[in-house]
Design a protein around this ligand. Structure first.
Ligand SMILES: *Cc1c(COP(=O)(O)O)cnc(C)c1O
Length: 380
């Protein structure tokens, strides 16, 4: 079956008792045992809940994977995936990563005795040059946040396997509709389901998706023990989002491509970073690795931070907000918002200049978004 069919039907067949065509929200913390020696499949909702199980099964299918695990947030999913490292281990990470992942690396893992090297050069050779004998994991985002750089997952997976290292990919920006990292050789996929999978800016959630049984056991055990699980309602909201992922992603992309082309010709814009543009340095790789380029769009304005401030102040349809992947368009300043906790020097090292604008392109009419953007970019 094809992606959109799975998204609508898997794990979500009508309820045999009531005929309900949507999966029920099992808002129950516990389930009655049969007797002292036997419990049913579900007995306590931290360990397992039917609504969460339905979501986890959908998540696995959409990534073409054996196992899916749902978490209370994307960072909880990241933390769970990072249970594959132990004190003394070393991680090679992309440098352009989600700020919350950077915080986990620096504030939680490093004090715990894990070392991390950020590959400043995102080519395969750049990552390989950072590998040490004690490296256990390569962590990357592709497309990355906020620069939308693309890493070659297949080549990096080959390099990782050669060195006996695991590779984890945060697939939040592409979504499983546009990219399947496991098929390129990755071991672990992480999502913030808060973004495109939920898709409506109304829920916080995360997911880990993978094929390996032993890794699944480790991470599932962590899920049960550490307890960062999503509630049944939140699972249900993400499931509802998944059913329309395909049509949303196609539309996000069409709108993003339209605006990217427009911005590339605009005199107020210094540079546009969108993997779908031939001018993007890894456009060919993006075409090979992804089936679409997504709805995130980053660009640099002439005129520095004051120009960014002017733009976000004048936009009417784009809300100034931190998240992404919802139906409504959002705008953010990576320097002031998502990476605001870093020092100016750290930000610059990551290529995040003050004049960057990151947009999550929503599902409004392209012409309305265009008019809003052009109006806000025009001289006052
Ligand atoms: C938002 C995000 C996360 C963290 O997810 P939360 O749901 O906010 O915890 C991780 N990675 C990427 C790429 C994100 O955009």
């Amino acid at each position: 079956m094809q992606f959109e069919t799975l998204a609508i039907h898997d794990g979500q067949t009508p309820d045999p008792v009531t005929g309900s065509v949507t999966f029920p929200v099992f808002q129950s913390s516990t389930f009655e045992r049969e007797d002292l020696n036997h419990h049913r499949e579900f007995f306590y909702s931290r360990i397992g809940n039917p609504t969460r199980k339905a979501l986890e099964s959908s998540l696995a299918l959409l990534e073409n994977a054996r196992f899916g695990l749902a978490f209370a947030s994307g960072v909880a999913a990241t933390m769970a995936a990072l249970q594959v490292v132990r004190p003394g281990d070393h991680i090679v990470s992309g440098i352009d990563i989600y700020g919350g992942t950077y915080r986990i690396f620096e504030q939680l893992l490093r004090p715990w005795g894990v070392s991390i090297t950020y590959a400043e050069d995102e080519s395969t050779e750049g990552y390989e040059a950072c590998i040490r004998p004690e490296t256990r994991l390569i962590w990357l985002e592709s497309p990355s946040n906020p620069l939308l750089r693309i890493s070659d997952i297949r080549a990096l997976s080959v390099a990782a396997k050669r060195n006996g290292i695991l590779i984890a990919v945060d697939n939040t920006f592409a979504s499983p509709y546009f990219q399947h990292p496991l098929e390129h050789g990755a071991d672990i996929v992480v999502h913030s389901t808060t973004k495109y999978l939920g898709g409506h800016s109304d829920v916080i959630g995360g997911a880990v998706v993978l094929d390996d049984e032993a890794l699944h056991r480790t991470i599932k055990n962590y899920q049960a023990a550490a307890g960062a699980i999503p509630g049944p309602w939140d699972c249900w909201l993400v499931m509802r989002g998944l059913k329309t992922l395909k049509i949303r992603m196609k539309e996000h992309e069409a709108n993003a491509m339209h605006l990217a082309r427009l911005l590339e010709k605009h005199p107020a814009v210094e540079q546009v970073l969108y993997p779908g543009l031939p001018s993007h340095p890894q456009h060919e790789l993006a075409k090979r690795q992804m089936s679409g380029f997504g709805g995130m769009l980053t660009f640099a304005l002439k005129g520095g931070l004051p120009a960014v401030e002017n733009l976000v102040g004048r936009l009417k349809l784009f809300a100034l907000a931190d998240s992404l992947g919802g139906v409504e368009s959002l705008v953010a300043s990576p320097a002031k918002m998502t990476l605001g906790a870093l020092s100016a020097e750290e930000r610059l090292k990551r290529g995040c200049s003050d004049n960057l604008v990151r947009m999550s392109i929503g599902l409004e009419h392209a012409g309305d978004l265009e008019a809003d953007l052009l109006g806000a970019l025009s001289p006052p």
